[in-house]
Design a protein around this ligand. Sequence first.
Ligand SMILES: Cc1cc2nc3c(=O)[nH]c(=O)nc-3n(C[C@H](O)[C@H](O)[C@H](O)COP(=O)(O)O)c2cc1C
Length: 180
Amino acid sequence: MKIGVIAGSFRQGSYSVMLAKAIMKELKTECEVQFVEIKDLPHFNQDFESGETPQAVLDFRTVIQGCDGFVFVTPEYNRSYPGVLKNALDTASRPSGQDLWAHKPAAVVGVSPGRLAALAAVLAFRQPLSFLNVRLYSESELCLGGFANAVDENGEIKDETVKGLIVDFAADFIAFSKKL
Ligand SMILES: Cc1cc2nc3c(=O)[nH]c(=O)nc-3n(C[C@H](O)[C@H](O)[C@H](O)COP(=O)(O)O)c2cc1C
């Protein structure tokens, strides 16, 4: 089983990327894992379907096709998820009838330096995912607030409670995915 991990931020020192890497470390104990880059994806344009499709789009679709499940790590932007994540979803959902997310297990994880732990982003992101027919994981939800205090200067998780939550999440998500 190969799990693709996608983070909704590209900035240097991104908490989303730090959390994505920490989750990957745990997932790797049981399955193959790939960090799926989305920063070079062009804005989705439906003309791609009738004209020349950019190579970055074709490459991205190949990567998504090769994954058996996904973990999305989202920051919260204005009480929702960042547009780059929606762009990634849209890109691999088309052409019509070729939704590459469908029937695969997917989890949404939220992270924020703020108190509310990106819960609004996570809930909002579930809406397009459910339309795309993914098998949405929701057993042991992971939404981490105050994340700046949970990591050290190298971006490694230093908070033992947070480490435990990540371990539990990864184990549960793998079990959920295997059942499918
Ligand atoms: C455009 C924008 C909107 C934001 N809106 C929220 C928000 O609604 N809730 C929140 O907790 N943090 C919000 N933040 C702060 C982000 O949580 C913070 O910048 C975080 O570090 C972004 O994730 P990253 O570290 O992975 O880049 C916002 C940041 C930006 C740039």
